[in-house]
Design a protein around this ligand. Structure first.
Ligand code: PMP
Length: 402
């Protein structure tokens, strides 16, 4: 196994006198040097606004931007590049759909279905849309392992349901959800499905055609790309029927004070200057992932998940929140009644970065009746030795707090 860590300069540092252990990958991944170099390169050589200039740099930047879009298209197996909308991230992608799709298709008395294990980014935009249009938000629950109660889906989906929005992987429980089955069941009733793939991209292969999802959203920064760029994949048919999300430059064909006509796809949904350098960084991240292979990445992360699960369970009183049979490399846990924040603060003193709190999924906390959890989330560059350090640090913190 090659030493992937050397690709990530940030990992080679001391925090509070200890070598950094970075286990907050579900919040954001670290960036390989090739991605950092691509950003540098862009600003040092071709920085320019795109789609507008006849001049040399603008043409180069435009070509690279559109090449990056095609790289994303291939990465998720989208049929067409114009079905790939470049956004700021998952949150913006979901808001775009919740706003535009609902403006056209959601009416008073209609329903939107989400699951009980969504990130707030896949709850609140739908709540806002429901409020705006007089519709109701319905919730597919999960069981105490963190597995969706699929037997309840059929009765939730009815002639009033306009859309289902569900995550591919839960950022808190780690559950890998049966999104293909959800899509099949929803489509059988003519209902479109949005998949929040924020925690799947860069960890699992994504094939939007095999899934047959209507919308797929993810963020670059969780898959080794820069912050500030994300993706909305949407079937052309929906993008043609949806009104624009934001107005501005780039999304128009003609403007008069009396009337505006809109640009073709994907530009109709890309108002204003995009983060060109970050989009090129996203392409570089995809190339980096491909150079290693998603199977290798996924295999390594599953091995870390198994090892960490075994080792953490050796700690007295430790309870894992989220024990689904199919999980991504995310472990939420609590120890007796100790507050996750206290443990998180103490292990930070030992150089270990984990997340504490509700992880933007308060309904999950409510389900279990807890204020929060500690969350260790792994990337393929993490090691078993780092997991040993986490376990030792947590044991020490528990001793100090008990
Ligand atoms: N959905 C899920 C499942 C997430 O984990 C996150 C990020 N924590 C988001 C949506 C929001 O992503 P972003 O903040 O990059 O827009």
């Amino acid at each position: 196994m090659p030493d992937f860590r050397k690709d990530f300069p940030i990992l080679d540092q001391q925090v509070n006198g200890y070598p950094l252990v970075y286990f907050d990958n579900a919040a954001t991944s670290q960036k390989p040097k090739v991605v950092i170099d691509a950003l540098n390169d862009y600003y040092q050589t071709i920085n320019s606004n795109i789609h507008r200039g006849v001049h040399h740099l603008s043409q180069l930047a435009t070509a690279r931007f559109e090449e990056a879009r095609r790289a994303v298209q291939q990465f998720i197996h989208a049929p067409h590049a114009h079905e790939v909308i470049l956004t700021k991230g998952t949150t913006e992608s979901i808001n775009l759909v919740a706003s535009s799709f609902c403006q056209r298709f959601l009416h008073a008395g209609d329903e939107v279905v989400v699951s009980e294990m969504e990130h707030h980014a896949n709850i609140v935009p739908w709540q806002l849309a429901c409020e705006r249009h007089g519709a109701t938000l319905r919730v597919l629950p999960f069981d105490d392992r963190g597995v969706l109660r699929m037997e309840e889906l059929d009765s939730l989906l009815n002639e009033k349901t306009r859309i289902v929005a569900v995550n591919h992987v839960s950022n808190t429980l780690g559950t890998i959800n049966p999104v293909a089955e959800i899509i099949r069941k929803a489509h059988a009733k003519g209902i479109p499905v949005l998949v929040d793939g924020a925690q799947a991209a860069g960890h699992l292969p994504i094939d939007v055609q095999a899934l047959d999802c209507d919308f797929y959203c993810f963020s670059g920064h969780k898959m080794y790309a820069p912050m500030g760029v994300g993706v909305l994949y949407a079937k052309e048919q929906w993008l043609n029927e949806m009104p624009p999300y934001q107005g501005g430059g780039e999304m128009i064909k003609t403007v008069t004070f009396a009337h505006t006509t809109y640009n073709e796809l994907p530009y109709k949904f890309e108002a204003g200057t995009p983060s060109v350098g970050d989009v090129i960084g996203l392409q570089t991240a995809i190339e980096y992932i491909n150079s290693i292979g998603l199977e290798v990445i996924a295999g390594r992360e599953q091995a870390l998940l198994e090892y960490a699960t075994q080792q953490l369970l050796q700690i007295d009183g430790l309870q894992i929140v989220g024990t689904a049979p199919h999980k991504s490399a995310i472990i939420s846990f609590n120890i007796n009644k100790l507050h996750p924040f206290d443990i998180g603060t103490l292990i930070d003193q030992m150089g270990i970065a984990v997340r504490t709190g509700h992880h933007c999924s308060m309904p999950i906390m409510e389900h279990f009746g807890i204020p929060g959890t500690l969350r260790a989330s792994f990337a393929f560059y993490n090691t078993e030795e780092e997991i040993d350090r986490l376990v030792a640090a947590v044991k020490k913190a528990v001793m100090m707090l008990s």
